[in-house]
Write a protein that binds this ligand. Sequence first.
Ligand SMILES: [Zn+2]
Length: 445
Amino acid sequence: MANSKVDLLLRIGAGDERRYVALATTKNGKIKPFAAIIDDKIEYHPEGIYTLRRWEKGRPRYKEVGKDLDVAETARLRLELDLRKKASEAQTEIVSSAAELVPAQFLPSAQPSSTPTEDKRKPRLQRTLTSLRDSFIEKYAHGSDDTIYAYTSVANEFVGLANKRGKSTPADLDEDDVIAFDRLLEFKGKSKTTRASRYGYIRCFLRHCGLNPSRTDDNDDTSGVVTAAQHRKLKAKPKLAVETFNEADLQKLYAVSSDRHRLIWMAFRMLGLRDEELAYTLWSNIDWVHRLWLVRFKPTGSFPWDPKLVWKSKDNEERDIPIPDVLYTELKMWRDRNPKAHLVFPTLNGQADIKLLKALKSDWRKAGLNCGHCHGCLSKKNECGKAKLKTFRATYLSTMLRHVDLRSVQALAGHSDISTTQRYLAPASQSVLQSAVNAAFGAAI
Ligand SMILES: [Zn+2]
C-alpha cells in the first residue's frame, strides 16, 4: 500500500551532524515555529530548515522547504495531495491525511464504520467524501499560497471530521457536521472572523458535493443543509471598529514623502477616493472651473494609449467630489509640471499606478510611524498593518460627517447603502465627545 502521509520536520545541523527532528505543537495542534522536540524537551532552533518527510518503499525521503512555516505547511498539504492522487490513480486505497486527534465531544456517540468505495460515475450524492474532497481541491486550490492553503486545509479537516463522525457520502451530511466543524475551529483557537470565512469555503464544498448549502425554510427537510438561523450565526463576523489616521501622523507622513507621493496621500485624504478611483483618474476628470474631481466609469476608448483598456468604478458609482482649495492649488502646480500626462498620477511609463499600498507602507516606515507591535511590523518586511489606503478614505468620511449630513456624505463616498456610511459616524462622534469632555473638565478645574 502506498503511503501518502507527509511529516513536517525541522532539519538541524549540517553534514554528518544533520538531524531531522519533530516539531512541538500547541495544545490546539498548531505547530510552534522552530520549536524542535529533542529528548522530550523543546529546544528552539531558528537556524533550522523546515523539511518534508515521506516514505517510499519503507525508506524516508526528505525535501527541504525553507524557513517560512506557512509556506512549509502549504507545501506539506500539496505534496500529500499529489501523493494521494497518484495512489488513487494506481487504484490503491486512499489514506486519509486527517489522522489528527479529534476531541471526543466533536464525535457522535455511536460510530458506524464505513468503507469508502470509489466510483466517479456515481451521482455526486453517492460518491465518497474523500473522492469529492480530492476533486474539490483539484478544482479550487489554485492561485496564491493563501488560497491553496485555505481550500486544501478546509477540505481535509472537514472531510476528516465528517469521516470520524461516521459520514462517508454527501447524503450523510447534515447541519450538525457543519456546526461541529465550526466548534472544532473554535476549540483550535480560531477567531470568529476566520471561522466565518472557513464557513464560506464549507458552503462551496457542499455545493461541490451536489448539496444545497442553504435550507430555504426550517420545515424543509428535503433539501439544503444549513437552516437560515444557523447560517446567520455561522457567517457572522464581528464588526471591526473603523480605523482613521490622526492629523499629526499625516503631517509626519507628508514631510518624508516625495512631492508625488505627498500629493497622492493628500488627494486620498481630502477626496476619500478608493485606490483604483484615484489611480485611473485622467486629467480630463478634473473640472477646473467648478473645482470638482469627477469619478467616472471609463468605457472602451477612454485611455488614449490603450484603446482596449476599460475601468469600471465599484457599483458603478459615478460622482462629483469638491476639491478643497489647498489641494486645488497643488494640483494646478502638478499639472504645470506634467503637461503631457494623461493620468493624474501615472507610473513612470504612463500606466495606472496600482502599487500605491507598497509606497504608503514604505513612507509610513520612513516617517517613523510603524507601531512596532502588529504582525506586519514584526515580520521580515517591517510593513505596518496600520498603513492602509482605505484608512485615508475612512478618515475623509469621518471628517466630512462632522461637517455635513449623512445623506451628503453617502453621495460623496459613493456608497450604495447608507448603513455603510453610518459605520463612519463612530469615529466622527468620538472627536465631538473628546471636545465635550475637554470643555467639561477644562471648565471644571
Ligand atoms: Zn505596525
